[in-house]
Design a binder for this molecule. Structure first.
Ligand code: CTP
Ligand code: CA
Length: 250
């Protein structure tokens, strides 16, 4: 039985975990979203807390109770999530991005609820069709990779304001939910986002991915090695991930 906090291998560490899916508003009552339940991220947060970390949980809207003893920062959108991560990044030891961040958001948000029989300015184009124009969201891990490239100096590389100077080496862990070509996509993401670890899961399996209590993951390391883990409860997957982050912490 674990005792909360005191003597774990994350004692004295500050970690950020993102969880859930972001919701990108279309109008006051509708959004573009995804199927993320938040379970993997909430398990990661609880596990880090049990190992003694100060846990900042940046969470999209989920139907889960907030874990006791973690600092919860609820957000709705990808931009809010990016800004929340930035608020805490300077003195964090690790960032685990288990959130399913929406890649695109509606170009404009209607001020009023869009009516079924509205006018063209709201996306209606007649004949029972409706169009939403989308624009790219910031890539939270991607921006960090850009900012930390080379000599480790943080550079202002994007339009959304600067990433603050980091006080410590930040271990970065990404997730990849894929429906095909799992290994290829995972390796590409590990590289592109310059991650320490990438956890890939096949969301087309019924025992893995969105909403399930179990997960079947592959863990890719920065040195090119890969581990194929068996199907486990998400609590066990969370423990396995922290087991691999701990030795990377300076
Ligand atoms: N991620 C992020 N910011 C985004 C999108 C994703 O930080 N705007 C993070 C996710 O939290 C995850 C990792 O990047 O840890 C991989 O996310 P994924 O959606 O699989 O990768 P993308 O780069 O968005 O590629 P694609 O969706 O085209 O597969
Ligand atoms: Ca994506």
């Amino acid at each position: 039985h674990k005792v909360l906090g005191q003597h774990g291998d994350l004692t004295g560490r500050r970690v950020i975990v993102t969880a859930g899916g972001t919701q990108e508003p279309i109008d006051p009552v509708r959004y573009v979203g995804n199927r993320s339940s938040g379970k993997m991220g909430y398990n990661l947060a609880a596990e880090a807390r049990d190992r003694g970390a100060h846990v900042i949980l940046v969470s999209g809207p989920v139907a889960l109770p907030p874990p006791f003893g973690v600092e919860l920062h609820p957000v709705d959108t990808a931009i809010q999530m990016r800004d929340a991560v930035r608020d805490f990044i300077t003195d964090a030891d690790a960032l685990i991005m288990s959130a399913a961040v929406a890649d695109f958001r509606p170009t404009r948000v209607a001020e009023q609820k869009i009516k079924k029989h509205g006018d063209k300015s709201t996306g209606q184009n007649g004949e029972g069709r409706f169009t939403i124009d989308l624009v790219s969201n910031p890539d939270i891990l991607g921006e960090l990779a850009m900012a930390l490239k080379g000599d480790g100096d943080v550079r202002d590389v994007h339009a959304g304001g600067s990433i603050p100077q980091l006080k410590r080496r930040l271990i970065r862990v990404g997730f990849a939910a894929e429906t095909e070509h799992l290994v290829e996509h995972a390796q590409e993401k590990l590289q592109r986002k310059q991650l320490d670890l990438l956890v890939a899961n096949d969301v087309s399996r019924s025992d893995s991915g969105f909403g399930t209590d179990t997960n079947k993951v592959l863990i890719f390391h920065a040195d090119g090695t890969m581990e194929d883990l068996p199907v486990m409860p998400k609590t066990g997957v969370a423990a396995a991930i922290w087991d691999r982050v701990v030795p990377l912490l300076g």
